[in-house]
Ligand binder design. Sequence first.
Ligand SMILES: [Zn+2]
Length: 78
Amino acid sequence: MPIYDYQCSACHAEFELLVRQSTVPTCPQCGSTSLERRVSLTAPHGTSRAIVAAGRQAAAREGHFSHYSAAERAKLRG
Ligand SMILES: [Zn+2]
């Protein structure tokens, strides 16, 4: 279930809400439904970048610890 950051257009209160499809989000301060959705906390921009960075690090590690050492590769080449 997604959690979103909202700012109320009426009273400018900022708050987080769990959003269900069947419910209309309302401001807990003034009850207004005129809300501006700001940031999804389930998938923040920084998190996906961190996942990509971790993937690249893993790939770099696998490259470093490949099946053959430099000496073995030299032997294979003859
Ligand atoms: Zn409000």
